[in-house]
Design a binder for this molecule. Sequence first.
Ligand SMILES: [Zn+2]
Length: 324
Amino acid sequence: MAEQEKISCPICKLTESVVGESTDFGRDSSYCCPRCGRFKITGTAKAMAENQQTIPKLSAWIRDRHEKEADIPEINSESLKRIVNSLPDYSPSEKQLILLKNLERKSNYPGYPVDLKPIIDFPLAWSTTPDDFCYYLASLHDRGLLQFNKAALFLSARSFGLSLKLPVTISPDGWDYLEKRASQIEEKTQVFVAMSFSREMKAAWEKALKDAITEAGYKAYRIDAEPHIDRIDAKIITEIKNSRFLVADVTEQKHGVYFEAGYALGLGLPVIWSVRKDHLSKVHFDTRQYNHIVWESEEQLKEQLYNFICAIIGKGKGSSSELK
Ligand SMILES: [Zn+2]
Protein backbone atom coordinates (compact mmCIF):
# COMPACT_ATOMS: atom_id res chain seq x y z
CA MET A 1 0.00 0.00 0.00
CA ALA A 2 1.26 3.47 -0.86
CA GLU A 3 2.40 5.68 1.97
CA GLN A 4 -0.42 7.88 3.17
CA GLU A 5 -0.28 11.19 1.38
CA LYS A 6 0.33 14.16 3.62
CA ILE A 7 -2.40 16.74 3.44
CA SER A 8 -1.79 20.38 4.08
CA CYS A 9 -4.41 22.64 5.67
CA PRO A 10 -5.25 25.39 3.11
CA ILE A 11 -5.64 27.99 5.87
CA CYS A 12 -2.73 27.44 8.30
CA LYS A 13 -0.55 25.23 6.04
CA LEU A 14 -0.04 22.62 8.76
CA THR A 15 1.10 19.49 6.96
CA GLU A 16 0.56 16.35 8.91
CA SER A 17 -1.08 13.07 8.34
CA VAL A 18 -3.40 14.19 11.13
CA VAL A 19 -5.03 16.77 8.85
CA GLY A 20 -8.08 14.98 7.53
CA GLU A 21 -9.62 15.89 4.21
CA SER A 22 -12.62 14.55 2.42
CA THR A 23 -13.92 15.83 -0.86
CA ASP A 24 -17.52 15.79 -1.93
CA PHE A 25 -18.00 14.84 -5.52
CA GLY A 26 -18.29 18.53 -6.22
CA ARG A 27 -15.52 20.98 -5.57
CA ASP A 28 -16.04 21.47 -1.84
CA SER A 29 -13.63 19.91 0.63
CA SER A 30 -14.01 19.26 4.34
CA TYR A 31 -11.00 19.52 6.59
CA CYS A 32 -10.30 18.56 10.13
CA CYS A 33 -7.15 20.43 11.08
CA PRO A 34 -5.76 20.01 14.61
CA ARG A 35 -4.88 23.70 14.62
CA CYS A 36 -7.94 25.27 12.97
CA GLY A 37 -10.62 22.67 13.70
CA ARG A 38 -13.31 21.52 11.30
CA PHE A 39 -14.35 23.54 8.27
CA LYS A 40 -15.66 23.23 4.74
CA ILE A 41 -14.21 25.22 1.89
CA THR A 42 -15.12 25.67 -1.76
CA GLY A 43 -12.56 25.07 -4.52
CA THR A 44 -12.27 28.78 -5.37
CA ALA A 45 -11.78 29.83 -1.75
CA LYS A 46 -9.23 27.05 -1.29
CA ALA A 47 -7.24 28.32 -4.27
CA MET A 48 -7.41 31.86 -2.86
CA ALA A 49 -6.25 30.71 0.58
CA GLU A 50 -3.45 28.62 -0.87
CA ASN A 51 -2.03 31.67 -2.60
CA GLN A 52 -1.60 33.43 0.72
CA GLN A 53 1.03 32.39 3.23
CA THR A 54 -1.11 31.76 6.27
CA ILE A 55 -4.28 33.44 7.45
CA PRO A 56 -3.92 33.44 11.26
CA LYS A 57 -7.12 35.39 11.88
CA LEU A 58 -9.08 32.87 9.87
CA SER A 59 -7.47 29.93 11.72
CA ALA A 60 -8.38 31.60 15.00
CA TRP A 61 -11.94 32.27 13.86
CA ILE A 62 -12.50 28.67 12.72
CA ARG A 63 -10.87 27.30 15.86
CA ASP A 64 -13.03 29.56 18.01
CA ARG A 65 -16.18 28.14 16.44
CA HIS A 66 -14.79 24.63 16.82
CA GLU A 67 -14.10 25.19 20.52
CA LYS A 68 -17.60 26.55 21.05
CA GLU A 69 -19.07 23.62 19.15
CA ALA A 70 -20.84 26.00 16.78
CA ASP A 71 -21.92 24.93 13.27
CA ILE A 72 -19.05 23.87 11.02
CA PRO A 73 -18.15 26.98 9.02
CA GLU A 74 -18.48 26.83 5.26
CA ILE A 75 -16.01 29.12 3.58
CA ASN A 76 -16.49 30.39 0.05
CA SER A 77 -14.57 33.04 -1.87
CA GLU A 78 -17.00 35.75 -0.79
CA SER A 79 -17.06 34.88 2.91
CA LEU A 80 -13.29 34.39 2.94
CA LYS A 81 -12.78 38.06 2.03
CA ARG A 82 -15.48 39.22 4.38
CA ILE A 83 -14.21 37.22 7.33
CA VAL A 84 -10.67 38.44 6.89
CA ASN A 85 -11.83 42.07 6.57
CA SER A 86 -14.31 42.15 9.40
CA LEU A 87 -12.52 40.25 12.14
CA PRO A 88 -11.17 42.46 14.90
CA ASP A 89 -7.51 42.92 15.82
CA TYR A 90 -7.60 42.05 19.48
CA SER A 91 -5.28 43.88 21.84
CA PRO A 92 -2.69 41.89 23.85
CA SER A 93 -4.84 42.09 26.98
CA GLU A 94 -7.94 40.91 25.10
CA LYS A 95 -5.96 38.00 23.68
CA GLN A 96 -4.96 36.96 27.18
CA LEU A 97 -8.57 37.10 28.32
CA ILE A 98 -9.71 35.07 25.31
CA LEU A 99 -7.02 32.45 26.03
CA LEU A 100 -8.06 32.28 29.65
CA LYS A 101 -11.70 31.81 28.64
CA ASN A 102 -10.71 29.01 26.28
CA LEU A 103 -8.85 27.30 29.11
CA GLU A 104 -11.90 27.76 31.32
CA ARG A 105 -13.99 25.99 28.66
CA LYS A 106 -11.47 23.14 28.49
CA SER A 107 -11.19 22.72 32.28
CA ASN A 108 -13.46 19.92 33.41
CA TYR A 109 -13.18 21.14 37.00
CA PRO A 110 -11.14 23.83 38.84
CA GLY A 111 -7.56 22.58 39.08
CA TYR A 112 -7.89 20.53 35.88
CA PRO A 113 -4.64 20.55 33.89
CA VAL A 114 -5.29 21.43 30.23
CA ASP A 115 -2.61 20.05 27.91
CA LEU A 116 -1.49 22.71 25.47
CA LYS A 117 0.74 22.29 22.44
CA PRO A 118 1.92 25.74 21.37
CA ILE A 119 2.40 24.72 17.73
CA ILE A 120 -1.18 23.44 17.52
CA ASP A 121 -2.98 25.63 20.02
CA PHE A 122 -1.75 29.13 19.25
CA PRO A 123 -5.08 30.14 17.59
CA LEU A 124 -6.68 29.80 21.06
CA ALA A 125 -5.19 33.23 21.87
CA TRP A 126 -5.73 34.64 18.34
CA SER A 127 -1.95 34.53 18.11
CA THR A 128 -0.13 34.57 14.81
CA THR A 129 2.74 32.30 15.84
CA PRO A 130 3.60 29.80 18.61
CA ASP A 131 6.13 32.35 19.99
CA ASP A 132 3.44 34.96 20.33
CA PHE A 133 1.25 32.37 22.09
CA CYS A 134 4.04 31.48 24.54
CA TYR A 135 4.39 35.16 25.36
CA TYR A 136 0.70 35.35 26.34
CA LEU A 137 0.98 32.18 28.38
CA ALA A 138 4.02 33.57 30.19
CA SER A 139 2.18 36.86 30.83
CA LEU A 140 -0.79 35.06 32.35
CA HIS A 141 1.64 33.04 34.48
CA ASP A 142 3.44 36.18 35.68
CA ARG A 143 0.13 37.86 36.48
CA GLY A 144 -0.67 34.87 38.71
CA LEU A 145 -3.69 33.80 36.63
CA LEU A 146 -2.21 30.54 35.28
CA GLN A 147 -0.03 27.87 36.85
CA PHE A 148 2.44 25.77 34.89
CA ASN A 149 6.13 24.98 34.71
CA LYS A 150 7.58 28.06 33.04
CA ALA A 151 10.91 26.35 32.32
CA ALA A 152 8.99 23.68 30.39
CA LEU A 153 7.22 26.41 28.40
CA PHE A 154 10.46 27.76 27.04
CA LEU A 155 11.72 24.26 26.40
CA SER A 156 8.61 23.54 24.35
CA ALA A 157 8.93 26.94 22.65
CA ARG A 158 12.42 26.06 21.48
CA SER A 159 11.49 22.72 20.02
CA PHE A 160 7.99 22.96 18.65
CA GLY A 161 7.43 19.26 18.31
CA LEU A 162 3.88 18.08 17.86
CA SER A 163 4.22 15.79 20.86
CA LEU A 164 5.26 18.47 23.36
CA LYS A 165 2.45 19.04 25.77
CA LEU A 166 2.38 21.63 28.49
CA PRO A 167 -0.15 21.03 31.28
CA VAL A 168 -1.66 24.38 32.30
CA THR A 169 -3.97 25.05 35.24
CA ILE A 170 -6.08 28.14 35.98
CA SER A 171 -5.07 29.51 39.39
CA PRO A 172 -7.59 30.58 42.07
CA ASP A 173 -6.84 34.20 41.11
CA GLY A 174 -7.47 33.22 37.49
CA TRP A 175 -10.96 31.96 38.36
CA ASP A 176 -11.69 35.20 40.26
CA TYR A 177 -10.49 37.21 37.30
CA LEU A 178 -12.69 35.25 34.91
CA GLU A 179 -15.72 35.85 37.07
CA LYS A 180 -15.11 39.60 37.13
CA ARG A 181 -14.34 39.90 33.43
CA ALA A 182 -16.86 37.40 32.12
CA SER A 183 -19.07 40.06 30.60
CA GLN A 184 -16.27 41.85 28.79
CA ILE A 185 -16.09 39.77 25.63
CA GLU A 186 -18.65 37.62 23.87
CA GLU A 187 -21.48 38.15 26.30
CA LYS A 188 -22.52 41.45 24.80
CA THR A 189 -25.74 41.34 22.83
CA GLN A 190 -26.03 44.94 21.66
CA VAL A 191 -25.28 45.85 18.06
CA PHE A 192 -24.69 49.49 17.23
CA VAL A 193 -26.24 50.62 13.96
CA ALA A 194 -24.63 53.64 12.31
CA MET A 195 -26.69 55.02 9.42
CA SER A 196 -28.38 58.04 7.93
CA PHE A 197 -31.47 59.28 9.78
CA SER A 198 -33.22 60.57 6.69
CA ARG A 199 -36.87 59.69 6.02
CA GLU A 200 -35.81 57.78 2.96
CA MET A 201 -33.78 55.40 5.10
CA LYS A 202 -36.49 54.83 7.70
CA ALA A 203 -37.69 51.62 6.07
CA ALA A 204 -34.15 50.26 5.87
CA TRP A 205 -33.89 50.59 9.66
CA GLU A 206 -37.38 49.38 10.48
CA LYS A 207 -37.79 46.58 7.97
CA ALA A 208 -34.23 45.40 7.42
CA LEU A 209 -31.42 46.31 9.83
CA LYS A 210 -33.41 46.02 13.05
CA ASP A 211 -35.13 42.77 12.08
CA ALA A 212 -32.01 41.04 10.74
CA ILE A 213 -30.10 41.85 13.94
CA THR A 214 -32.98 40.79 16.19
CA GLU A 215 -33.51 37.54 14.34
CA ALA A 216 -29.80 36.73 14.52
CA GLY A 217 -30.17 36.95 18.31
CA TYR A 218 -28.88 40.45 19.07
CA LYS A 219 -30.33 43.77 20.18
CA ALA A 220 -30.14 46.50 17.57
CA TYR A 221 -29.28 49.91 18.96
CA ARG A 222 -29.55 53.18 17.12
CA ILE A 223 -29.31 56.64 18.63
CA ASP A 224 -32.42 58.53 17.74
CA ALA A 225 -30.98 61.59 16.06
CA GLU A 226 -28.22 62.62 13.74
CA PRO A 227 -25.11 63.48 15.77
CA HIS A 228 -23.52 66.90 15.38
CA ILE A 229 -20.15 66.81 13.71
CA ASP A 230 -18.66 69.25 16.19
CA ARG A 231 -19.92 67.45 19.27
CA ILE A 232 -18.87 63.89 19.82
CA ASP A 233 -21.64 62.62 21.94
CA ALA A 234 -20.49 60.73 25.06
CA LYS A 235 -23.59 58.56 24.72
CA ILE A 236 -22.45 57.34 21.29
CA ILE A 237 -19.01 56.43 22.64
CA THR A 238 -20.52 54.53 25.56
CA GLU A 239 -23.01 52.66 23.40
CA ILE A 240 -20.35 51.62 20.86
CA LYS A 241 -18.23 50.35 23.75
CA ASN A 242 -21.22 48.35 24.99
CA SER A 243 -21.71 46.69 21.60
CA ARG A 244 -20.54 43.35 20.30
CA PHE A 245 -20.18 44.66 16.74
CA LEU A 246 -21.29 47.56 14.57
CA VAL A 247 -23.28 47.75 11.35
CA ALA A 248 -22.39 50.78 9.22
CA ASP A 249 -24.73 51.61 6.36
CA VAL A 250 -23.01 54.31 4.33
CA THR A 251 -25.94 55.13 2.04
CA GLU A 252 -26.18 58.96 1.86
CA GLN A 253 -22.57 59.33 3.03
CA LYS A 254 -23.05 60.75 6.53
CA HIS A 255 -19.90 61.80 8.40
CA GLY A 256 -21.23 60.40 11.66
CA VAL A 257 -21.41 56.90 10.20
CA TYR A 258 -17.74 56.97 9.24
CA PHE A 259 -16.79 58.34 12.63
CA GLU A 260 -18.72 55.66 14.49
CA ALA A 261 -17.39 52.85 12.31
CA GLY A 262 -13.83 54.15 12.68
CA TYR A 263 -14.24 54.35 16.42
CA ALA A 264 -15.50 50.75 16.56
CA LEU A 265 -12.60 49.53 14.40
CA GLY A 266 -10.22 51.31 16.76
CA LEU A 267 -11.75 49.42 19.67
CA GLY A 268 -11.22 46.17 17.80
CA LEU A 269 -14.94 45.55 17.15
CA PRO A 270 -16.04 43.86 13.93
CA VAL A 271 -17.73 46.27 11.52
CA ILE A 272 -20.20 45.13 8.87
CA TRP A 273 -20.55 47.63 6.03
CA SER A 274 -23.58 48.02 3.81
CA VAL A 275 -24.67 50.44 1.12
CA ARG A 276 -27.64 50.87 -1.21
CA LYS A 277 -26.59 50.02 -4.75
CA ASP A 278 -27.17 53.50 -6.21
CA HIS A 279 -24.73 54.94 -3.63
CA LEU A 280 -21.94 52.39 -4.05
CA SER A 281 -19.91 54.59 -6.38
CA LYS A 282 -19.95 57.38 -3.78
CA VAL A 283 -18.52 55.26 -0.98
CA HIS A 284 -15.59 56.95 0.70
CA PHE A 285 -12.25 55.92 -0.72
CA ASP A 286 -10.69 54.73 2.55
CA THR A 287 -13.44 52.27 3.31
CA ARG A 288 -14.04 50.98 -0.21
CA GLN A 289 -11.50 48.22 0.47
CA TYR A 290 -13.94 46.68 2.95
CA ASN A 291 -16.47 44.40 1.46
CA HIS A 292 -19.92 46.00 1.47
CA ILE A 293 -23.29 44.34 1.54
CA VAL A 294 -24.81 45.95 -1.54
CA TRP A 295 -28.59 46.10 -1.43
CA GLU A 296 -31.46 47.32 -3.58
CA SER A 297 -34.49 46.47 -1.45
CA GLU A 298 -35.12 46.21 2.28
CA GLU A 299 -35.82 42.46 1.91
CA GLN A 300 -32.45 41.99 0.29
CA LEU A 301 -30.63 43.97 2.98
CA LYS A 302 -32.36 42.02 5.72
CA GLU A 303 -31.51 38.65 4.23
CA GLN A 304 -27.90 39.48 3.41
CA LEU A 305 -27.21 41.07 6.76
CA TYR A 306 -28.76 38.13 8.62
CA ASN A 307 -26.64 35.65 6.64
CA PHE A 308 -23.55 37.77 7.15
CA ILE A 309 -24.03 37.95 10.93
CA CYS A 310 -24.66 34.20 11.20
CA ALA A 311 -21.67 33.34 9.04
CA ILE A 312 -19.15 35.70 10.55
CA ILE A 313 -20.13 36.70 14.06
CA GLY A 314 -22.27 33.67 14.85
CA LYS A 315 -25.83 33.68 16.11
CA GLY A 316 -26.53 35.39 19.41
CA LYS A 317 -28.22 33.69 22.33
CA GLY A 318 -31.66 35.02 21.51
CA SER A 319 -31.76 33.90 17.90
CA SER A 320 -34.71 32.21 16.28
CA SER A 321 -33.71 29.18 14.23
CA GLU A 322 -34.50 30.71 10.86
CA LEU A 323 -34.99 34.05 9.21
CA LYS A 324 -38.65 35.05 9.28
ZN1 LIG B 1 -5.30 24.56 9.78
